[in-house]
Design a protein around this ligand. Structure first.
Ligand code: MG
Length: 320
Protein backbone atom coordinates (compact mmCIF):
# COMPACT_ATOMS: atom_id res chain seq x y z
CA UNK A 1 0.00 0.00 0.00
CA UNK A 2 3.07 2.23 -0.46
CA UNK A 3 3.45 5.18 1.89
CA UNK A 4 -0.25 5.94 2.04
CA UNK A 5 -2.05 5.35 5.33
CA UNK A 6 -3.88 2.00 5.56
CA UNK A 7 -7.43 2.00 4.27
CA UNK A 8 -10.05 1.88 6.98
CA UNK A 9 -12.21 -1.13 6.27
CA UNK A 10 -15.34 -2.29 8.05
CA UNK A 11 -15.95 -6.02 8.10
CA UNK A 12 -19.58 -6.98 8.69
CA UNK A 13 -20.19 -10.64 9.48
CA UNK A 14 -22.51 -12.38 11.91
CA UNK A 15 -20.57 -15.64 12.29
CA UNK A 16 -17.83 -15.07 14.93
CA UNK A 17 -15.36 -17.63 13.54
CA UNK A 18 -15.67 -16.31 10.00
CA UNK A 19 -15.35 -12.76 11.31
CA UNK A 20 -12.16 -13.57 13.17
CA UNK A 21 -10.59 -15.39 10.23
CA UNK A 22 -11.32 -12.61 7.77
CA UNK A 23 -10.30 -9.93 10.21
CA UNK A 24 -6.88 -11.57 10.54
CA UNK A 25 -6.52 -11.95 6.80
CA UNK A 26 -7.42 -8.33 6.13
CA UNK A 27 -5.17 -6.99 8.88
CA UNK A 28 -2.27 -8.99 7.51
CA UNK A 29 -3.02 -7.46 4.10
CA UNK A 30 -2.52 -4.02 5.62
CA UNK A 31 -6.07 -2.79 6.21
CA UNK A 32 -7.12 -0.97 9.35
CA UNK A 33 -10.05 -3.24 10.19
CA UNK A 34 -13.10 -2.49 12.27
CA UNK A 35 -15.87 -5.03 12.73
CA UNK A 36 -19.64 -5.21 13.10
CA UNK A 37 -21.89 -8.25 13.43
CA UNK A 38 -24.99 -6.87 11.73
CA UNK A 39 -26.26 -4.08 9.50
CA UNK A 40 -27.43 -1.76 12.27
CA UNK A 41 -24.08 -1.85 14.01
CA UNK A 42 -22.36 -1.30 10.67
CA UNK A 43 -24.43 1.80 9.89
CA UNK A 44 -23.58 3.20 13.29
CA UNK A 45 -19.85 2.83 12.61
CA UNK A 46 -20.18 4.21 9.07
CA UNK A 47 -21.85 7.35 10.33
CA UNK A 48 -18.55 8.33 11.99
CA UNK A 49 -17.28 9.05 8.47
CA UNK A 50 -13.95 7.29 8.98
CA UNK A 51 -14.78 4.05 7.07
CA UNK A 52 -13.58 3.87 3.44
CA UNK A 53 -14.44 0.29 2.45
CA UNK A 54 -16.97 -2.28 3.61
CA UNK A 55 -16.84 -6.03 3.25
CA UNK A 56 -20.24 -7.30 4.23
CA UNK A 57 -21.94 -10.63 4.56
CA UNK A 58 -25.34 -10.93 2.87
CA UNK A 59 -27.25 -13.12 5.33
CA UNK A 60 -27.29 -11.66 8.79
CA UNK A 61 -29.93 -11.47 11.52
CA UNK A 62 -31.71 -8.09 11.51
CA UNK A 63 -30.54 -5.86 8.70
CA UNK A 64 -28.98 -7.98 5.96
CA UNK A 65 -26.14 -7.07 3.61
CA UNK A 66 -28.34 -5.96 0.72
CA UNK A 67 -30.34 -3.62 2.94
CA UNK A 68 -27.06 -2.33 4.35
CA UNK A 69 -25.91 -1.57 0.77
CA UNK A 70 -29.07 0.45 0.17
CA UNK A 71 -28.71 2.34 3.41
CA UNK A 72 -25.07 3.11 2.68
CA UNK A 73 -26.00 4.64 -0.67
CA UNK A 74 -28.73 6.69 0.98
CA UNK A 75 -26.20 7.91 3.54
CA UNK A 76 -23.48 8.54 0.92
CA UNK A 77 -24.17 12.29 0.42
CA UNK A 78 -23.51 12.89 4.14
CA UNK A 79 -20.23 10.96 4.14
CA UNK A 80 -16.87 12.64 3.58
CA UNK A 81 -15.78 10.26 0.81
CA UNK A 82 -16.97 7.43 -1.40
CA UNK A 83 -17.67 4.21 0.51
CA UNK A 84 -16.74 1.13 -1.48
CA UNK A 85 -18.84 -1.96 -0.73
CA UNK A 86 -17.89 -5.57 -1.40
CA UNK A 87 -20.72 -8.01 -0.81
CA UNK A 88 -20.01 -11.56 0.37
CA UNK A 89 -22.70 -13.86 -0.84
CA UNK A 90 -23.81 -17.45 -0.64
CA UNK A 91 -26.53 -16.58 -3.16
CA UNK A 92 -25.04 -17.52 -6.46
CA UNK A 93 -27.95 -17.02 -8.86
CA UNK A 94 -27.51 -14.22 -11.37
CA UNK A 95 -30.75 -12.74 -10.14
CA UNK A 96 -29.48 -12.30 -6.60
CA UNK A 97 -26.17 -10.88 -7.80
CA UNK A 98 -28.09 -8.31 -9.78
CA UNK A 99 -30.11 -7.51 -6.66
CA UNK A 100 -26.91 -6.99 -4.67
CA UNK A 101 -25.28 -4.76 -7.27
CA UNK A 102 -28.45 -2.75 -7.79
CA UNK A 103 -28.74 -2.24 -4.05
CA UNK A 104 -25.41 -0.42 -4.19
CA UNK A 105 -22.66 -3.02 -3.87
CA UNK A 106 -19.61 -2.20 -6.01
CA UNK A 107 -18.54 -5.81 -6.28
CA UNK A 108 -19.34 -9.23 -4.85
CA UNK A 109 -17.53 -12.43 -4.02
CA UNK A 110 -18.95 -15.85 -3.30
CA UNK A 111 -18.69 -17.43 0.14
CA UNK A 112 -16.49 -18.91 1.37
CA UNK A 113 -14.15 -16.47 -0.35
CA UNK A 114 -10.89 -17.55 -1.87
CA UNK A 115 -8.28 -15.48 -0.01
CA UNK A 116 -6.28 -14.43 -3.05
CA UNK A 117 -9.40 -13.45 -4.94
CA UNK A 118 -10.79 -11.48 -2.02
CA UNK A 119 -7.56 -9.52 -1.64
CA UNK A 120 -7.32 -8.92 -5.38
CA UNK A 121 -10.88 -7.63 -5.55
CA UNK A 122 -10.27 -5.38 -2.57
CA UNK A 123 -7.15 -4.05 -4.23
CA UNK A 124 -9.24 -3.14 -7.27
CA UNK A 125 -11.68 -1.43 -4.89
CA UNK A 126 -8.82 0.44 -3.27
CA UNK A 127 -7.97 2.01 -6.60
CA UNK A 128 -11.50 3.39 -6.79
CA UNK A 129 -11.31 4.73 -3.23
CA UNK A 130 -7.91 6.35 -3.79
CA UNK A 131 -8.97 7.84 -7.11
CA UNK A 132 -12.11 9.34 -5.62
CA UNK A 133 -10.04 10.67 -2.72
CA UNK A 134 -7.52 12.36 -5.02
CA UNK A 135 -10.29 13.90 -7.14
CA UNK A 136 -11.94 15.23 -4.02
CA UNK A 137 -8.66 16.69 -2.77
CA UNK A 138 -8.02 18.31 -6.14
CA UNK A 139 -11.51 19.78 -6.11
CA UNK A 140 -10.99 21.15 -2.59
CA UNK A 141 -7.68 22.65 -3.65
CA UNK A 142 -9.23 24.35 -6.69
CA UNK A 143 -12.06 25.59 -4.52
CA UNK A 144 -9.53 27.00 -2.05
CA UNK A 145 -7.52 28.65 -4.83
CA UNK A 146 -10.64 30.21 -6.32
CA UNK A 147 -11.31 32.15 -3.12
CA UNK A 148 -7.71 33.00 -2.20
CA UNK A 149 -5.67 36.01 -3.23
CA UNK A 150 -2.55 34.52 -4.83
CA UNK A 151 -0.23 37.31 -3.71
CA UNK A 152 -1.03 37.74 -0.04
CA UNK A 153 -2.94 34.55 0.76
CA UNK A 154 -6.03 36.26 2.19
CA UNK A 155 -9.50 35.66 0.79
CA UNK A 156 -10.17 37.45 -2.47
CA UNK A 157 -12.94 39.77 -3.50
CA UNK A 158 -15.07 36.98 -4.90
CA UNK A 159 -15.10 35.31 -1.49
CA UNK A 160 -15.82 38.64 0.18
CA UNK A 161 -18.85 39.21 -2.04
CA UNK A 162 -20.27 35.74 -1.41
CA UNK A 163 -19.38 35.32 2.23
CA UNK A 164 -20.37 38.79 3.41
CA UNK A 165 -23.93 37.96 2.33
CA UNK A 166 -23.86 34.92 4.61
CA UNK A 167 -22.44 36.96 7.48
CA UNK A 168 -25.21 39.53 7.07
CA UNK A 169 -27.82 36.76 6.95
CA UNK A 170 -26.48 35.20 10.14
CA UNK A 171 -26.24 38.53 11.96
CA UNK A 172 -29.83 39.38 10.98
CA UNK A 173 -31.21 35.97 11.91
CA UNK A 174 -29.71 35.98 15.40
CA UNK A 175 -29.90 39.75 15.88
CA UNK A 176 -26.13 39.94 16.36
CA UNK A 177 -23.79 42.80 15.49
CA UNK A 178 -21.51 42.68 12.48
CA UNK A 179 -18.79 45.16 11.54
CA UNK A 180 -16.35 45.75 8.73
CA UNK A 181 -13.05 47.57 8.67
CA UNK A 182 -11.66 48.80 5.40
CA UNK A 183 -7.93 49.44 5.35
CA UNK A 184 -5.72 51.03 2.75
CA UNK A 185 -1.94 51.44 2.86
CA UNK A 186 -0.84 55.07 2.69
CA UNK A 187 1.23 56.27 -0.28
CA UNK A 188 1.63 52.74 -1.47
CA UNK A 189 2.29 53.76 -5.04
CA UNK A 190 5.44 55.52 -3.84
CA UNK A 191 6.80 52.26 -2.47
CA UNK A 192 6.29 50.53 -5.78
CA UNK A 193 7.79 53.49 -7.65
CA UNK A 194 10.80 53.84 -5.35
CA UNK A 195 11.61 50.24 -4.56
CA UNK A 196 9.88 48.16 -7.24
CA UNK A 197 6.88 45.88 -7.14
CA UNK A 198 8.59 43.02 -5.35
CA UNK A 199 9.21 45.25 -2.35
CA UNK A 200 5.64 46.49 -2.65
CA UNK A 201 4.48 42.87 -2.52
CA UNK A 202 6.59 42.27 0.60
CA UNK A 203 4.86 45.21 2.26
CA UNK A 204 1.40 43.90 1.33
CA UNK A 205 2.22 40.50 2.78
CA UNK A 206 3.73 42.12 5.85
CA UNK A 207 0.56 44.13 6.38
CA UNK A 208 -1.59 41.01 6.17
CA UNK A 209 0.64 39.16 8.67
CA UNK A 210 0.38 42.07 11.04
CA UNK A 211 -3.38 42.46 10.65
CA UNK A 212 -3.89 38.75 11.29
CA UNK A 213 -2.21 39.14 14.68
CA UNK A 214 -4.85 41.67 15.70
CA UNK A 215 -7.99 39.73 14.75
CA UNK A 216 -9.77 36.74 16.28
CA UNK A 217 -8.61 33.71 14.31
CA UNK A 218 -11.84 31.84 14.96
CA UNK A 219 -14.33 34.30 13.49
CA UNK A 220 -12.76 37.39 11.89
CA UNK A 221 -11.40 37.19 8.38
CA UNK A 222 -9.55 39.33 5.86
CA UNK A 223 -10.07 39.78 2.15
CA UNK A 224 -8.02 41.73 -0.34
CA UNK A 225 -10.41 44.22 -1.85
CA UNK A 226 -8.11 45.57 -4.52
CA UNK A 227 -4.48 46.74 -4.91
CA UNK A 228 -3.47 47.82 -1.41
CA UNK A 229 -6.96 47.82 0.05
CA UNK A 230 -8.22 45.19 2.48
CA UNK A 231 -11.47 44.43 4.27
CA UNK A 232 -11.58 42.88 7.72
CA UNK A 233 -14.96 41.34 8.51
CA UNK A 234 -15.77 41.09 12.21
CA UNK A 235 -18.83 39.04 13.16
CA UNK A 236 -20.27 39.48 16.67
CA UNK A 237 -18.58 42.87 16.85
CA UNK A 238 -20.04 46.33 17.37
CA UNK A 239 -18.54 49.62 16.21
CA UNK A 240 -16.39 50.28 19.30
CA UNK A 241 -15.02 46.75 19.11
CA UNK A 242 -14.22 47.06 15.42
CA UNK A 243 -12.65 50.48 15.99
CA UNK A 244 -10.40 48.98 18.67
CA UNK A 245 -9.27 46.29 16.24
CA UNK A 246 -8.63 48.87 13.53
CA UNK A 247 -6.66 51.02 15.96
CA UNK A 248 -4.60 48.02 17.02
CA UNK A 249 -3.67 47.28 13.41
CA UNK A 250 -3.03 50.96 12.70
CA UNK A 251 -0.67 51.53 15.63
CA UNK A 252 1.13 48.26 15.01
CA UNK A 253 1.56 49.18 11.37
CA UNK A 254 2.85 52.68 12.15
CA UNK A 255 5.43 51.45 14.66
CA UNK A 256 6.64 48.20 13.11
CA UNK A 257 8.86 48.42 10.03
CA UNK A 258 7.98 45.82 7.40
CA UNK A 259 10.80 43.43 6.65
CA UNK A 260 11.46 43.68 2.92
CA UNK A 261 14.33 42.81 0.62
CA UNK A 262 15.14 46.54 0.71
CA UNK A 263 15.34 46.53 4.49
CA UNK A 264 12.77 47.62 7.07
CA UNK A 265 10.14 50.01 5.73
CA UNK A 266 7.66 51.90 7.85
CA UNK A 267 4.35 52.24 6.04
CA UNK A 268 1.20 53.59 7.62
CA UNK A 269 -2.38 52.71 6.79
CA UNK A 270 -5.76 54.43 6.94
CA UNK A 271 -8.95 52.81 8.17
CA UNK A 272 -12.72 53.10 7.92
CA UNK A 273 -15.07 51.31 10.32
CA UNK A 274 -18.76 50.59 9.78
CA UNK A 275 -21.45 48.40 11.30
CA UNK A 276 -24.35 46.51 9.79
CA UNK A 277 -27.54 48.53 9.74
CA UNK A 278 -31.09 47.33 10.26
CA UNK A 279 -33.47 47.27 7.32
CA UNK A 280 -33.09 46.78 3.60
CA UNK A 281 -32.42 43.57 1.76
CA UNK A 282 -29.52 41.33 2.73
CA UNK A 283 -27.66 42.19 -0.46
CA UNK A 284 -28.13 45.92 -0.08
CA UNK A 285 -27.13 45.78 3.61
CA UNK A 286 -23.90 43.97 2.69
CA UNK A 287 -23.20 46.49 -0.02
CA UNK A 288 -23.97 49.39 2.27
CA UNK A 289 -21.68 48.02 4.98
CA UNK A 290 -18.75 48.08 2.56
CA UNK A 291 -19.75 51.42 1.12
CA UNK A 292 -19.88 53.02 4.55
CA UNK A 293 -16.56 51.54 5.62
CA UNK A 294 -15.11 52.81 2.36
CA UNK A 295 -16.59 56.27 2.96
CA UNK A 296 -15.05 56.38 6.42
CA UNK A 297 -11.73 55.24 4.98
CA UNK A 298 -11.93 58.05 2.46
CA UNK A 299 -12.34 60.51 5.32
CA UNK A 300 -9.27 59.05 7.06
CA UNK A 301 -7.30 59.67 3.88
CA UNK A 302 -8.71 63.14 3.47
CA UNK A 303 -8.01 64.10 7.07
CA UNK A 304 -4.35 63.18 7.00
CA UNK A 305 -4.06 59.36 6.77
CA UNK A 306 -2.68 56.97 9.41
CA UNK A 307 -5.96 57.13 11.30
CA UNK A 308 -9.21 55.32 12.05
CA UNK A 309 -12.56 56.88 11.14
CA UNK A 310 -15.95 55.53 12.13
CA UNK A 311 -18.82 55.79 9.68
CA UNK A 312 -21.37 58.26 11.04
CA UNK A 313 -23.99 56.88 13.42
CA UNK A 314 -26.57 54.17 12.92
CA UNK A 315 -28.67 56.33 10.57
CA UNK A 316 -26.25 58.30 8.45
CA UNK A 317 -27.77 60.94 6.26
CA UNK A 318 -24.37 62.04 5.10
CA UNK A 319 -24.26 61.62 1.35
CA UNK A 320 -21.36 63.55 0.02
MG1 MG B 1 -24.18 -14.64 7.68
Amino acid sequence: MSAEPPLRLLLVEDEPTQLLLMQRLLRRAGYAVETASNGEEALEKISSGRIQMIVTDWDMPGMDGVTLCRRVREAQPQLPGYLYVLLLTGHSSTESLVTGLEAGADDYIRKPPNEAELLARLKAGQRVVRLEQSLREAKDKIQQLSITDPLVGTYNRRYLNDQLIHEVERARRYARPLAAVMADLDFFKKINDQHGHQIGDDVLRGFVDLAKLSIRQSSDWIARYGGEEFVVVLPETDVPGAARTAEKIRSCCATTPFATAAGGLVVTASFGVAALEAGGSIASAAESLLRQADGALYRSKHEGRNRVTIAGGPKPDRHS
